[in-house]
Design a protein around this ligand. Structure first.
Ligand SMILES: Cc1cc2nc3c(=O)[nH]c(=O)nc-3n(C[C@H](O)[C@H](O)[C@H](O)COP(=O)(O)OP(=O)(O)OC[C@H]3O[C@@H](n4cnc5c(N)ncnc54)[C@H](O)[C@@H]3O)c2cc1C
Length: 290
């Protein structure tokens, strides 16, 4: 099928893009990499009257070291994140996850701003935004505001943006960790995940003084499992810890079954992936032998 008719606008600044969205009066849609939006247009599941293409705006594609965090421009392509030595050094969990995002052709066009805005519950970047406590800066008619990742994703394919707001930058705090693990299962490599988990830990005087746990594919949005983090930090570290941790993780989610996998299978996957991710994290500094 072909898209319904729309007006095409190619602004050269974010201000002009916001103006175009305001003028579209709720009938406008932003185009970034087009990897999710174009199929929706072609199937006429989206019928914007005005398409505002961000690709004419210079300066929205960058990865910048700001000391305690990395700032990433909204038009930065997935492949740039995958290839970045800065990301590999400072955000290793993101670096490991990026090769699981679709296929190379899609990663060459898809953008971080588009992925976050599309808010697919089985997409890696939304989960990473939750994992790292990312701060998402958006611009609208009233200026700029910054939204915490945990508030940004409100439901499957639904974010908290107003219709005239555009994601411009995402800040990812650099975590101090002694070990991390990222695990994912998809039916075929490059497909959306059936389940995935990211874990990181920091060692304290006795046991762990920090832990991060985020999951995806098992709810309508990616989840940060803060209770599981607390319970992990309270655990004695021995060879049974990964197994016990996997039971805790599974107890915190209630996935739905769908065309791709039953709820039980998703839980089973999540248990195995959590166990493996924590084993890897603990093994990194010899906290536990694998
Ligand atoms: C076959 C296939 C497999 C895929 N597999 C995966 C996968 O495994 N993991 C994964 O994470 N993704 C996957 N994707 C999606 C891919 O990562 C997309 O690139 C991404 O979801 C959307 O990014 P985009 O830049 O292409 O956005 P677009 O398609 O241009 O836009 C997507 C949505 O976001 C809005 N939008 C875009 N940019 C902004 C912005 N800056 N501010 C506000 N709104 C904005 C658009 O209006 C639209 O509603 C897959 C896609 C395909 C086609």
């Amino acid at each position: 099928m072909k898209p319904a008719k729309f007006e095409y606008v190619l602004p050269s600044t974010v201000d002009a893009a916001v103006e175009a969205l305001v003028a579209a009066n709720g009938e406008g849609k932003v185009l970034a990499g087009g990897q999710s939006l174009l199929p929706l247009l072609n199937f006429r599941m989206a019928r914007p009257a005005v398409l505002v293409d961000l690709n004419g705006i210079k300066g929205l594609s960058y990865i910048e070291d700001r000391g305690g965090c990395l700032a990433i421009g909204a038009l930065t392509r997935h492949h740039a994140l995958e290839q970045s030595s800065l990301i590999a050094a400072k955000l290793p969990v993101m670096s490991a996850a990026m090769r699981h995002v679709a296929h190379l052709a899609i990663r060459n066009r898809g953008t971080i701003g588009g992925s976050l805005s599309h808010a697919d519950p089985a997409a890696e970047l939304p989960m990473l935004a939750m994992f790292y406590d990312a701060a998402i800066t958006v611009q609208g008619p009233a200026g700029r505001r910054t939204i915490a990742a945990e508030e940004f994703f409100v439901d499957a394919l639904t974010n908290c943006l107003e219709p005239e707001e555009i994601v411009v930058e995402i800040e990812f705090p650099v975590l101090r960790h002694d070990g991390w693990g990222f695990e994912e299962v998809a039916r075929r490599f490059g497909d959306f995940a059936l389940a995935s988990v990211a874990v990181s830990i920091r060692r304290g005087q006795a046991g762990l003084e920090d832990a991060r746990v985020a999951v995806m594919g098992v709810a309508d949005t990616p989840l940060r499992l803060r209770e599981a983090e607390q319970e992990l930090m309270a655990m004695e570290l021995d060879e049974r810890t990964p197994e016990r941790f996997s039971e805790i993780v599974v107890s915190k989610v209630s996935p739905n079954g769908d065309l791709h996998a039953s709820a039980e299978y998703r839980k089973h996957l999540l248990a195995q992936l959590s166990k493996r991710a924590l084993q890897t994290a603990l093994a990194e500094k010899g906290l536990l032998r694998q």
